[in-house]
Design a protein around this ligand. Structure first.
Ligand SMILES: *[C@@H]1O[C@H](CO)[C@@H](O)[C@H](O)[C@H]1NC(C)=O
Ligand SMILES: *[C@@H]1O[C@H](CO)[C@@H](O)[C@H](O)[C@H]1NC(C)=O
Ligand SMILES: *[C@@H]1O[C@H](CO)[C@@H](O)[C@H](O)[C@H]1NC(C)=O
Ligand SMILES: *[C@@H]1O[C@H](CO)[C@@H](O)[C@H](O)[C@H]1NC(C)=O
Length: 553
């Protein structure tokens, strides 16, 4: 492995910087420019990543030291080892509940149980203190200040309490961001980039109760951390994924985090995912000992769909607040160097699907992507300065999103008014002393591209330039079109090609409403086709056909 690192680095230089062989119009970056543009635009955003939920891309991500992160659990002691963290406390609180393992589970059932046994021992040790004794002081790595409220520790049995842990990043965290809704345990392709590509199909998918977290989650976490150790030279601390909220799988809590506080949550405020699909702590639905998936006991729940009652309002409010981005510069991505399967000549859209599937690509064809992912991690870091290409895609989307849907809407009743509207839009790019449509298209296309990037061979630069050019040249073509219907069709085809998620955003939701899109495991087909404003306390309508279908695996 070590000896191949330099070779990988060379591969990296060739492929990641876009060698000249890769700059023809027929190459995949140009063919998939619209998808790559959307990868950049959707990244670290709950909205775009929910609609374009099948990620095929990997970014180096930096979470700055001091960023607060949250962990929900049945345990009141700081985590040592690999676990999950949420960016929003409301997301972590979903897991801040008593452990629900069946009482008759045998110890040899596996890892989760081992951890629990460790915790039981911890509980017993503390209970040796006499009544009224305070439990032992905070662990030495707690920061100065008021100790965490361990006082109630012995009052509640583990089976009755849940805890919300707050941690702060003890250093800049170096993570791999797996895009799309990559923490969604579905069969629709949300796991392909991990299970098929990153883990090279080595995930043992045969259900073995107890040996791993539900639906392979422990194994995914373990494997990612093993790869960091063995293949990536310890250059990565964990991964970022998304479900109903963004999460981090962090390999070494004790090394990378400073515990801030541990508080006990309201005992009856346990909340779950939707009825029948409640998450386990490890992110999967809980299984009772008969193997059937059950909802939260006594949870108000809806008939099959939305998370129950007030708690779901809390959770979904927090999640949807991040539709437009995780915010606060809590995560920055390296957009100058990233790996996306869209940059390779792969047939990602079989069966006329509008979303890519890595699982359908012949496995050998993915090896080049796997190698480039390794090379990316070995050659680059999330901390290095890179241009914010997402901000550039934002300027383009904000400028043209409404404009294009208006032009495509059929509201224009004569070709002259359509021409006039397009001319007004393009006028900054027209030299009326010397009309030249190709110069006009290029001036328009490069409006938002910093000068130094206009001939750049960086993946993001090529894809963004291509998409912007397509917008501008299509407008010119529609302007040249004499037939209204044909002109509108051209813009409609452009809208289909661009597939911007801005066009599915709700307009004018009331203060008590949120815009609802399927977020695993919730949501219906209708929610996907046309997201609408819904009551925040009860966002998911249970009557429609479930968008996600069965649970993976
Ligand atoms: C974490 O666990 C390891 C292995 O069990 C142990 O050696 C280490 O001291 C623990 N660290 C902390 C901070 O508890
Ligand atoms: C894909 O779409 C084309 C054209 O619309 C159609 O001819 C073909 O049968 C479709 N293939 C599948 C697998 O649905
Ligand atoms: C993926 O696995 C196959 C065999 O299953 C192996 O030949 C290939 O080298 C692996 N790829 C990487 C990048 O490790
Ligand atoms: C410019 O106009 C010519 C002739 O109408 C056409 O063939 C060409 O595609 C146009 N180019 C652009 C960028 O619109």
């Amino acid at each position: 492995m070590r000896s191949s690192q330099s070779l990988l680095a060379i591969c990296s230089l060739l492929s990641l910087s876009g060698g000249s062989a890769a700059s023809s119009d027929s190459d995949a970056v140009i063919q998939n420019a619209n998808h790559i543009f959307n990868v950049i635009h959707d990244s670290m955003r709950q909205w775009g990543s929910s609609l374009h939920h099948n990620g095929v891309s990997f970014f180096l991500a930096n979470v700055p030291a001091g960023t607060q992160l949250y962990h929900g659990t049945s345990k009141s002691t700081p985590v040592n080892g690999t676990e999950w963290l949420a960016f929003e406390p409301e997301h972590a609180m979903v897991f801040a509940r008593p452990h629900m393992a069946p009482p008759n589970r045998r110890p040899e059932d596996g890892r989760d149980e081992d951890i629990d046994r460790g915790h039981h021992e911890e509980l017993r040790r503390r209970q040796h203190h006499g009544p009224g004794d305070r439990p032992p002081g905070p662990p030495p790595h707690f920061p100065p200040g008021p100790p965490p409220p361990f006082e109630d520790f012995e009052v509640f049995e583990e089976k009755e309490a849940g805890y919300l842990h707050t941690y702060a990043a003890a250093k800049d965290l170096r993570l791999v961001y797996i895009d799309g809704m990559s923490a969604a345990k579905t069969k629709k392709g949300t796991l392909d980039s991990q299970d098929v590509l990153m883990f090279n199909n080595t995930l043992d998918d045969t259900p073995k109760e107890g040996e791993r977290g539900p639906m392979g989650e422990f194994e995914r976490a373990t494997k990612a951390c093993e790869m960091s150790e063995n293949e990536w030279g310890g250059r990565i601390d964990g991964v970022i994924r998304m479900e109903a909220g963004f999460e981090v799988i962090l390999c070494a809590f004790e090394r990378d985090l400073t515990p801030v506080r541990i508080i006990q949550v309201k005992p009856d405020s346990r909340e779950g995912g939707p009825k029948g699909r409640m998450h386990d702590r490890t992110g999967g639905p809980r299984k009772d000992d008969d193997g059937k998936r059950r909802g939260p006991p006594g949870g108000p729940g809806g008939p099959g769909g939305g998370p129950p009652g007030m708690n779901s309002a809390r959770w979904m409010r927090a999640v949807t607040a991040r539709y437009g981005g995780i915010g606060g510069d809590r995560v920055s991505l390296n957009y100058d160097h990233f790996v996306t399967a869209f940059a390779y000549d792969l047939d990602l859209f079989q069966d006329n699907s509008s979303l890519p599937r890595l699982g359908q690509v012949p496995d050998a064809e993915l090896d080049v992507v796997r190698r480039d992912l390794n090379a990316l991690i070995l050659a680059h870091g999330a901390g290095e300065t890179s241009r914010n290409w997402q901000a550039i895609t934002d300027m383009i989307v904000k400028r043209y999103s409404d404009e294009l849907s208006y032009l495509a809407s059929g509201e224009f009743t004569d070709i002259q008014s359509l021409h006039q509207h397009i001319e007004t839009t393009l006028s900054p790019f027209i030299d009326y002393s010397e009309r030249d449509n190709s110069s006009e298209a290029e001036r328009c296309a490069t409006q938002f591209l910093p000068l130094a990037t206009q001939d750049s061979q960086v993946l993001a630069a090529r894809a963004v330039h291509r998409v912007a050019h397509h917008v501008c040249s299509t407008l010119l073509e529609a302007w040249a079109e004499e037939d209204l219907e044909f002109a509108v069709q051209k813009v409609q085809a452009l809208v289909d090609y661009l597939d911007w998620t801005s066009w599915k955003e709700c307009r004018g939701c009331a203060d008590h409403e949120i815009c609802v899109v399927p977020i695993w495991p919730m949501g219906s087909v209708a929610d996907y086709e046309k997201p609408t404003c819904r009551e925040a306390s009860r966002p998911y309508d249970d009557n429609g056909e479930s968008y996600w279908g069965g649970i993976h695996p």
